[in-house]
Ligand binder design. Sequence first.
Ligand code: SF4
Length: 266
Amino acid sequence: MTATAAPPVWAAFGADAVAAADAARRVPAPPAPGARPVGPTPSADAARRVPGRPPGGRPLAIGGLAKLSTCDWPGKLAATVFLQGCPWNCLYCHNPDLIDSRAPGRIAWADVLAFLRGRVGLLDAVVFSGGEATRQDLAPALGQVRDLGFLAGLHTSGAYPKRLAELLPLVDWVGFDVKALPENMAQVAGAPGAGPAMTASLKLLIESGVPHQIRTTWGAGVPTVSTAAQAESVLEWARAQGAPNPVLQPVRPDGTRPQFRAPRTP
Ligand code: SF4
C-alpha cells in the first residue's frame, strides 16, 4: 500500500474483521439521511451486473476492505479496497501482509460489489489501494464502481508507469507517493528500477490533469527521508517536476514490521 496520511491502513480480513476494523479504526458508518451521492447516476446496466469478477478481467486478489474511510481520499467518504501484492518492499510499509504478490485474495470482488451496491448514495467514492494497486487488472473494476455512481480513486507509488497510463483515464483522483528522491528510491523500495518508474509515473500523472495528491512520508527511521531537510528536498524535487503542492505525512510505526519498530522500542 502506498503510505497515506491516513491512520495505519486496515489490513484485517473477512466480514467480522471488516466490522471490527470499522469500529476500531474508521469513523462509524454514516446514517443514510442526508448522505449525498456523487458521480453519475447508476446505470441500468450496472444494476444488472454483479459478477464475481470484473467483466473481461482477471479475478482481483483483494487483501482487505475498509468500509468507510474519511482520509484515504481527503474530503470524500470512501470505501477502500486493498489489493494484494507489491513489487517493492519498503521498510516502513504499513501493510507488509499485502506485499506478497503470490498470496491469494481474501475477499471476493463479488462480495465487495455487493457491499458497494448497498452504499450507493451513502459513499462518495471507492479507492483502490494496496499493496500496489496498479499491479492488477483494475480497469474493469474501475468501470464497475463508476457505473454504480461512485467516484474512482487510486493509490499508487508509481511502480508500473505503463499500467498507470492505461488507468489514468478511468480514475477521478490519485494519491501518489513520492517516497524519496529518484536516486534514493532503490534503497527505499528495495528495487533497482524504482527511481525511474516513480519518476515516469509522476510525470504521467501530472500531465494527465487528473486531480491528485502527491505526498511524502518522512520521520525517524525512514530511509533517506528521516530529517526535515531531507523531506524538504524531496518536496522540492516534486515541485520541480510540476507538482505545486506536495505534502508531507509523518511516518506511523504502528502496523509496520518489527525491524522498523525496533529502534523505537526503549
Ligand atoms: S512495500 Fe512500499 S510501495 Fe509497497 S505497499 Fe508497502 S509502502 Fe507501498
